[in-house]
Design a binder for this molecule. Structure first.
Ligand code: 0GY
Length: 314
C-alpha cells in the first residue's frame, strides 16, 4: 500500500473527525486544513516543543475519564506538518484526552527516528520498569494538569511523589494551570526536585498590564527559582485581540524571552485541542515567533538550544 500524500492541501491532509467508537465533540474545531507557509525560515534544528498526537481513536482509544473527544491527529500528520513548517524535531505532550495511557505517544516516539521526545502522564502506581520503558522510547518528562475543565484533581502529595520518582531519570515536570491558581500552587512548584516547565506562560489574563501584579508574580517565580522554565506558547488561547497577529499577547511572551532567554520554549500546540472560536493557521503561528524573539540569538535559544538541552542532550 502506498503512503498517503501528507501534504497540506493534498489528499490525506484534510482534518476529519474521531475514529472507531469515537465521535469528535460537536463544538470542537479540527485543525487547520491548509496552513500557510511561514514567511521566514526557521533556524536549522528548530524544535516544535509543544504539540500532541490524538489517536487515531480506532487504534489508540481515548480515555474513559476524558473531558473532551478530539479529532484524530496522527503522527503522520504531525511529521508532515513538521516538514512543511520547517521544523526538525517535535516534543509531543500527552494530552488529557488520552489520560495516563501513553500508547499513542510512545508509538509516535518510536517511529520518529529519534526526532521526537515526549512528556507523559503517569499515575502513582507506575512501576520503575514502566518508567524505564518510557525513557527508552524518548519520554523526558511528566505532565501535571491543574486546569479544572480538563482533569479531576490529583492530590499534591501524589504528584510530588511522582516527581521524586522521575527526578533520578533526569526528567522534568511540565505544569499546566490557570493564572489565578499560581498563588496557591507557588509553594508546591517551588519544592519540586526537578526542572519545572510551565505551559503557556501560566495562562496570564492579557487584558491586565504586562508589568501588573498578576504577571509580575509569574516573573518573580522564574526569577527566584532558576529551575522554572516557561513555554511562551498559545497566543491563540490567551489573546482577546485575536488572530492572525495576537498583538495583545506579544508583550507578555517578549518579556519572558528577554529576561529568561535560556529558559523558554516554543511550540505550535498542534492540533490545538479545545479551541471553539477560531482555529489558528500554523504557518501564521510560526510567523508570530520573530515578534516575541526579536534577535537571531533569542530565536536560536528558543527554538533550538533550549529544547535540545532539555530533551536531547543528556
Ligand atoms: C494544550 C491545552 C489544552 C489541552 C490540554 O491536555 C490537554 O487536554 O493540554 C487546553 O484545553 O487548554 O496545551 O494543549
Amino acid at each position: 500500500m502506498s503512503a498517503p500524500r501528507l501534504v497540506p492541501g493534498g489528499r490525506g491532509w484534510a482534518s476529519g473527525g474521531a475514529s472507531g467508537p469515537f465521535t469528535m465533540d460537536a463544538d470542537w474545531m479540527p485543525f487547520h486544513p491548509h496552513p500557510s507557509k511561514p514567511t521566514w525560515t526557521l533556524p536549522p534544528g528548530a524544535v516544535d516543543a509543544h504539540c500532541h498526537v490524538f489517536g487515531p481513536g480506532a487504534r489508540f482509544p481515548y480515555a474513559p475519564e476524558r473531558k473532551y473527544t478530539p479529532c484524530d491527529a496522527s503522527k503522520e500528520h504531525l511529521w508532515a506538518l513538521r516538514d512543511y513548517l520547517g521544523f526538525e524535531r517535535n516534543v509531543i505532550v500527552q494530552a488529557t484526552c488520552h489520560g495516563a495511557d501513553n500508547r499513542a505517544l510512545v508509538d509516535a516516539l518510536r517511529s520518529s527516528n529519534g526526532r521526537a521526545r515526549g512528556v507523559a502522564t503517569v499515575t502513582a502506581d507506575v512501576t520503575d520498569r514502566q518508567l524505564r520503558e518510557l525513557d527508552e522510547a524518548g519520554v523526558r518528562g511528566v505532565r501535571f494538569n491543574f486546569v479544572k475543565r480538563l482533569v479531576d484533581t490529583t492530590p499534591r502529595d501524589v504528584l510530588a511523589a511522582i516527581a521524586r520518582r522521575v527526578a533520578p531519570l533526569d526528567w522534568h515536570v511540565v505544569i499546566y494551570f490557570e493564572a489565578a491558581d499560581l498563588v496557591e500552587l507557588h509553594d508546591f512548584l517551588a519544592a519540586l526536585p526537578t526542572v519545572v516547565v510551565i505551559d503557556h506562560m501560566g495562562r496570564p489574563d492579557v487584558t491586565q498590564a504586562v508589568d501588573g501584579p498578576e504577571f509580575d508574580r509569574f516573573v518573580r517565580l522564574m526569577r527566584e527559582h532558576t529551575n522554572v522554565w516557561s513555554k511562551v506558547t498559545c497566543p491563540d488561547r490567551l489573546s482577546k485581540s485575536g488572530p492572525p497577529h495576537y498583538d495583545d499577547v506579544v508583550p507578555f511572551a517578549r518579556r519572558l524571552v528577554e529576561e529568561f532567554p535560556e529558559r523558554v520554549l516554543w511550540g505550535t500546540d498542534w492540533p490545538h485541542p479545545n479551541l471553539k472560536t477560531h482555529m489558528p493557521d500554523d504557518g501564521r503561528l510560526v510567523d508570530y515567533v520573530p515578534r516575541i524573539a526579536t534577535t537571531n540569538l533569542q530565536r536560536g535559544r528558543l527554538l533550538v538550544e533550549n529544547p535540545m538541552r532539555l530533551y536531547w542532550d543528556r
